[in-house]
Design a protein around this ligand. Structure first.
Ligand code: BGP
Length: 478
């Protein structure tokens, strides 16, 4: 095994999917609080006011808010040396546009960060993981209004200054590349649009507004990278891209070209801006042709250039096949990406499992950017069974992760500079895509159901001891 000494091993979470405590200690409403629950057949809805009779899973989630000490202790038992979490922006600035932060919200994160460090973990913090204070949606329509850039910068400055000696690793936005595709386009691809942080209020079909909001968020991100380096030059600040690795389904050149265009627009564009500090020519041409090129203020080009990231991080769950030929393959109804890859198997939610695709992706990204990388999400969503004796035998999860760790190792052996691996959802949490609890990723089972019933009791799954052994052996003992 080729993982370097000090390789970061841990898990990744998001505030809105596991904290709960949505109205505790002065927290304001976040856009994520207004997404309803759902399941495979019932898509989540975004509502602008809390309706009676509707279940909103973020409100309680798995109540990390009141279980954090015991949960962090469990992560420590697995020997995690890194823990990825997000800060809930509306705990710090409840409406988003205040000038003074909410001290009680900051104190919550003081406690969490101290507990992580005491348990041997370095925190990796996402500033916005599919969230923005609802006040900013109501007053400004989120990032479509340029004034929100300053509010994000004020929020980032507050937490980066407060934790400058305790936190080294930061990510500005989670998977902001979701902004490159409209709701309709994503649905056509079988994907569930997730990101209400950047363009709330259902504006995702208006491409011009969407790319303006994305541009404003890119400017905000670059400003915060520069600011973070001023606060502490040792900060390592990254982009975070949802990497849907794609292949042409057939060798037909039209499919090769179609796949290339999907890869550039969905997977490469946002990373290109965050790593290289400028819009790539393929995207400028695409946006100008569609009359959707965003308004660039005079200073924007310099801001983007001055705020390039130190590391490239991404989520990797699956690959998809792209083709223009509707008759070329069976369509798997539940498949992300429309067409089934005949060489791969799918999870119950239709995500095609492709460990070799992770080696391929790491090589592709190393070649493109040459930056240190981190896989900050990866895992298998599965409807685990809690047996009457309190055990959960999740060999399928162990298999999935083992294969992906082997794939990372193969990439490292081929020269990829990989800093760490934070698998998604080390403790079961709410699915971002479907709002379900049933789609579980964790090493720790949480007794909680899709409708919000359950004792919230935690149980160790079989994979718990397995991951501990992987970490203890630095990836050798799989
Ligand atoms: C990523 C998100 C996470 C997480 C993960 C799994 O896109 O960054 O928040 O949810 O996907 O997806 P899901 O929860 O839909 O299974």
């Amino acid at each position: 095994m080729a993982f370097k000494t000090g390789f970061l091993w841990g898990g990744a979470t998001a505030a809105n999917q596991f904290e709960g405590g949505y109205n505790k200690d002065g927290r304001g409403l976040s856009v994520a609080d207004l997404k309803t629950g759902g399941d495979v057949n019932t898509p989540r809805r975004f509502t602008s006011t809390i309706e009676k009779e509707t279940y909103y899973p973020s409100h309680q989630a798995i109540d990390f808010y009141d279980h954090h000490k015991a949960d962090i202790d469990l992560f420590g038992q697995m020997n995690f040396n890194v823990f990825r979490m997000s800060i809930s922006w509306s705990r710090i600035f409840p409406q988003g546009d205040e000038l003074v932060p909410n001290e009680a919200g900051l104190q919550f994160y003081d406690t969490i960060i101290d507990e992580l460090i005491e348990n041997g973990m370095t925190p990796l913090i996402t500033l916005s993981h599919f969230e923005i204070p609802m006040g900013l949606v109501e007053k400004y329509s989120g990032f479509s209004d340029r004034r929100v850039i300053d509010m994000y910068v004020r929020y980032a400055q507050t937490v980066m200054t407060r934790y400058k000696d305790k936190v080294t690793y930061w990510l500005t936005f989670n998977e902001m590349n979701f902004g490159t595709m409209g709701r309709g386009e994503l649905t056509t691809l079988g994907m569930n649009p997730k990101d209400e942080a950047i363009y709330p209020n259902g504006q995702t079909e208006n491409e011009k507004v969407r790319f303006q909001a994305l541009h404003n968020a890119l400017v905000a991100s670059a400003k915060v990278v520069k600011l973070g380096h001023d606060i502490n030059p040792d900060f390592k600040i990254g982009c975070m891209i949802c990497h849907i690795t794609s292949y042409p389904l057939t060798p037909n050149p039209v499919d090769i070209l179609e796949q290339k265009e999907f890869d550039l627009r969905f997977t490469k564009f946002v990373g290109d801006v965050q790593v290289r500090g400028e819009y790539p020519s393929y995207m400028t041409a695409y946006l100008k042709k569609k009359d959707s090129f965003p308004v660039f203020e005079a200073e924007d080009a310099a801001i983007l250039k001055a705020g390039t990231v130190d590391m490239y991080t991404f989520s990797y769950y699956m690959s998809v096949c792209i083709t223009l030929d509707e008759t070329a393959a069976e369509t798997n109804g539940n498949l992300m990406g429309g067409k089934a890859n005949p060489y791969l198997e799918s999870s119950e939610w239709g995500w095609q499992i492709d460990p070799i695709g992770l080696t391929y992706t790491l090589l592709d990204l190393q070649d493109r950017y040459g930056l240190p990388m981190m896989v900050v999400e990866n895992g298998l969503g599965f409807a685990d069974e809690l047996r009457p004796d309190g055990t959960i035998i999740d060999d399928y999860r162990i298999d999935y992760m083992r294969q992906h760790i082997v794939a990372m190792d193969a990439a490292v052996e081929k020269g990829v500079d990989l800093l760490g691996y934070t698998m998604w959802g080390p403790i079961d949490l709410i699915s971002a895509g479907t709002g379900e609890m049933k789609k579980r990723y964790g090493f720790i089972y949480v007794d909680m159901n899709n409708d919000g019933t359950g004792s919230l009791k935690r149980y160790k799954k079989k994979s718990f001891d397995w991951y501990k052994q992987v970490i203890t052996s630095n990836g050798r003992d799989l």
